[in-house]
Design a binder for this molecule. Structure first.
Ligand code: B12
Ligand code: SF4
Ligand code: SF4
Length: 308
């Protein structure tokens, strides 16, 4: 019966465009990584991470009776991230993935309900350690850049989670294949990566998306042309080289519209609120609002020290 439920959800997920599915036991022990990361302040201004710590460490608090964690990957396009001359992370170039994936997850919820399960579904929207469970579910390993890397697919994918009360057959984690490589650590413009951990206090993704305070001068100086998010630690990863034998389905909703691709930082600095709404409603960029986007678009280097 549980094998049949797993097969049914796998089949439905593949039909909905998910590139892989794996299952981890809900009681898997996360160790102290997350607690240590929070205790050392690496979450920067994301206080909500501390508030949700008990739930992140114990899925029973999110769905009482949960027995399995189904983890899914959904590939986003590997298109050129450049937005002349600003740069938008690949995951954020098209429509808002939260909404896109929520509708697909609702379909999978229905499939599992048919087999008697109760579910809660998330994609970057719930108090669940998605990378941890994806690795436990055998979908890939956690690289030195902190991201889930799939041996055949690299890291350019969203993770999505279904907590279910069904006791589904589980997968086994795979070994880490980073070896002696340290390209991501060396390439990070702000030296945010250390020992497989990303310090949000230095990460450009944090400063251009999550922060509610202005960029400190040293981060501004290292910002380069990053307008929204940062893919540098993925661009240099050898596991993200295109593979001639792998062509994941590309969802056209996640491609960058032409009117957006031609928008320069100068034009963004001059955008009126109504133009911003027209261009970015329904995209992840809408979430940060016009003032933050304009702050990001002020990419000139920080003023030189008067003594220099
Ligand atoms: C907070 C957050 C951020 C923050 C903080 C980053 C960070 N250091 O985690 C900021 C805003 C900086 C950020 C940036 C990005 N993010 Co983010 N982020 C999250 C979020 C909401 C929580 C992550 C978290 O808990 N971090 C705390 C750290 C300590 O936890 P962790 O790295 O996940 O590690 C866990 C496991 O790896 C495990 N672990 C690690 N090592 C070991 C070793 C042992 C022995 C054990 C037992 C466990 C263990 O322990 C940890 C806790 O369980 C997740 C969604 C989610 N709910 O999980 C997305 C998520 C991780 N982000 C994602 C993405 C795409 C990004 C960016 C690439 C976006 C971009 N292009 O700009 C960057 C990449 C930065 C980077 N190199 O990590 C994707 C990752 C997809 C993937 N392939 O892995 C996620 C999963 C969202 C999604 N659903 O798709 N992000
Ligand atoms: S997303 Fe950019 S700034 Fe953040 S760790 Fe990766 S390379 Fe460094
Ligand atoms: S760049 Fe190298 S060290 Fe970093 S995640 Fe990729 S394989 Fe691992």
């Amino acid at each position: 019966m549980m094998q049949a439920a797993r097969q049914a959800v796998e089949y439905a997920a593949s039909a909905l465009g998910f590139s892989a599915l794996g299952v981890a036991p809900a009681h898997a022990d996360q160790g102290s990584t997350l607690k240590d990361w929070l205790a050392s302040g690496q979450h920067a201004g994301m206080e909500w991470m501390t508030r949700h710590l008990p739930a992140r460490l114990n899925p029973q608090l999110v769905l009482p009776g949960v027995r399995s964690v189904i983890m899914l990957t959904y590939d986003y396009p590997r298109t050129d991230a450049r937005l002349a001359p600003g740069c938008v992370a690949r995951y954020a170039q098209g429509e808002d993935y939260h909404k896109l994936l929520a509708a697909k997850l609702a379909d999978l919820d229905e499939t599992l309900t048919f087999y008697g399960g109760q579910q809660r579904c998330f994609s970057d929207s719930g108090p669940v350690s998605e990378r941890f469970f994806a690795a436990q579910a055998g979908l890939g390993w956690i690289g030195r850049n902190g991201l889930l890397i799939r041996p055949r697919g690299g890291s350019y994918c969203f993770l999505a989670t279904i907590l279910t009360t069904l006791d589904l057959p589980c997968d086994t984690p795979m070994p880490n294949h980073c070896g002696n490589c340290r390209r991501c650590e060396q390439a990070c413009p702000t030296a945010a990566l250390h020992n497989g951990s990303c310090d949000a206090r230095r990460c450009l993704s944090y400063w251009t998306i999550e922060a509610d305070t202005p960029m400190p001068p040293d981060i501004r100086q290292a910002q380069g042309n990053h307008l929204y998010g940062c893919d540098t630690c993925q661009e240099v990863c050898p596991w993200n080289r295109p593979r001639p034998d792998r062509h994941p389905p590309i969802d056209p909703h996640l491609l960058m519209p032409a009117e957006f691709a031609t928008l320069s930082p100068q034009a963004i600095r001059e955008l009126a609120p109504a133009e911003f709404e027209q261009l970015f409603t329904g995209t992840p960029i809408r979430r940060i609002g016009l003032p933050h986007l304009q702050h990001n678009a002020a990419m000139e280097p920080a003023p030189a020290h008067p003594q220099n």
